[in-house]
Design a binder for this molecule. Structure first.
Ligand code: ATP
Ligand code: MG
Length: 423
């Protein structure tokens, strides 16, 4: 797929509005893209809302240029030329009945104003006319955007009972924009936090991922705790994150400090920093990571990366006193770059210096033939020496490899000689 060019995506989003307008319909940008536009940020994607029905939308853009996957909810996807991405064009709609606590049972087509009222937060509830530059705001979104306030549209309690996922969205938006959360909205989340369990593990994990890859991840985690969502979405952290009469634990303060200083866009790094203090308290230690990751339906790759970071933290924090062959065997593994980011944050907070991480990073930056030179001999060579195949092979090959990495030997001949001696 061609990457989306923000400039062209925006042009296409304007064009979609003009085409609908030329065909006699009302059409406006809607929701998150309006918020981002008003904040001067590049919208991730554009949504257009219109009074045209799905059939009329398809007639305007042609069936071949549209996808009707969301038609039952009044949403038509309009495909743009390469690198413009695609735009969701939705008929103004109101949602009805939320028997599963997540999705509307039914949608009805309605006015723009009613469509605004079904949206979650005032900052997400505005429309924008890209042709005239006019904001269409039925919910006081502009004012809240100016004040930096995340506020539910309508009665917060009702809105969170309809769709529990909104509780996590509130935390994510508040943290990532560095806004504050409206008091009544926060109070409603605190009251309903336990109900977040009706949302699928995948959706919860997706929200957590988005919070944790963001630079304001520490803020998001603090807000998760304050909103009482944290012990429900991550009960495994309950002990560390619990607030007692003396305030929060020193471990939790360290955790938040690590999340604040860690420089990464990688989920595994931030997640490892988030759970490390808890893992150290668990009786099962790192073995508890797998069931946690399974519960959150994380990928195996993420789980392995998280385990790798926790497992090798001590080594990388002592890199200067580690024999090079031991450090080298860690640095040639796939998530080593992540380990440096993770280790740097942990060391900065707990050790107050990062000299060991700097040392490891220097080694990690060695040219590939120095960081990981091809082995001088293999098992085949041992067989040729007449050494019977067996468990001894690993010990010999490892010792020869150590000698090579420590530059005590430099050639295959020296390696064979050493192997013979060891045998
Ligand atoms: P981002 O894309 O950065 O996550 P967004 O606000 O654009 O933020 P989307 O999931 O793309 O979020 O949704 C687009 C718009 O649809 C939102 O701005 C909001 O108006 C509405 N919306 C999305 N999810 C919900 C929800 N769970 N409840 C009510 N309205 C929602
Ligand atoms: Mg969006």
């Amino acid at each position: 797929m061609t990457p989306v060019d923000p400039q062209r995506a925006r042009q296409f989003a304007v064009e979609v509005v003009s085409r609908l307008r030329e065909a006699g319909f009302t059409a406006l940008w809607a929701g998150g893209c309006v918020r981002d536009h008003l904040l001067g940020l590049e919208p991730k994607d554009y949504d257009v809302a219109t009074d045209a029905t799905p059939e009329q939308i398809r007639a305007v853009f042609g069936r071949r240029r549209t996808l009707a996957i969301g038609q039952a909810f009044g949403v038509i996807t309009v495909l743009g030329p390469p690198s413009t991405g695609q735009i969701e064009v939705a008929t103004f709609r109101s949602d009805h009945g939320y028997s599963d606590g997540r999705h509307p049972d039914q949608v009805k087509f309605c006015s723009a104003q009613e469509d605004a009222l079904r949206r979650d937060f005032t900052i997400n509830g505005m429309f924008f006319d890209p042709l005239s530059g006019q904001v269409v705001d039925y919910v006081g979104g502009q004012e809240d955007l100016r004040r930096g306030l995340v506020r539910a549209i309508g009665y917060p309690t009702a809105r969170f009972s309809e769709d529990k996922l909104r509780m996590l969205r509130a935390v994510r938006f508040t943290a990532s924009f560095q806004f504050t959360i409206d008091a009544a909205t926060l109070a409603a989340i605190q009251r309903h936090a336990a109900e977040i369990v009706v949302v699928s593990a995948e959706r919860i994990a997706a929200e957590l991922q988005r919070m944790l890859v963001h630079q304001h991840r520490a803020c998001a985690v603090e807000l998760l705790a304050e909103s009482k969502l944290l012990p429900v979405v991550l009960p495994e952290l309950q002990d560390v994150a619990a607030v007692s009469a003396g305030g929060v634990s020193a471990d939790w303060q360290d955790t938040l400090a690590m999340l604040r200083v860690v420089e990464t866009t990688r989920f595994a790094v931030a997640f490892a920093a988030l759970i490390r203090a808890a893992v150290r308290r668990w009786p099962q230690g790192i073995r508890g990571v797998e069931p946690l990751c399974q519960r959150l339906k994380l990928t195996v790759a993420d789980r392995k990366a998280i385990e790798f970071l926790l497992e090798h933290e001590a080594a990388v924090r002592a890199a200067r006193s580690l024999p090079w062959p031991r450090l080298q065997r860690i640095l040639i593994q796939n998530p080593a770059a992540d380990l440096l980011d993770y280790g740097r944050a942990v060391a900065a907070v707990l050790d107050g210096h990062t000299a060991d991480i700097d040392h490891a990073a220097e080694r990690f930056a060695l040219p590939p033939d120095q960081l990981n030179p091809p082995p001088l001999i293999t098992g085949d060579d041992l067989r040729r020496l007449g050494i019977p195949t067996g468990p001894a092979y690993k010990g010999i090959l490892d010792a020869v490899r150590d000698a090579q990495l420590e530059q005590r030997i430099h050639s295959a001949e020296e390696a064979l000689e050493l192997a013979r001696q060891l045998w």
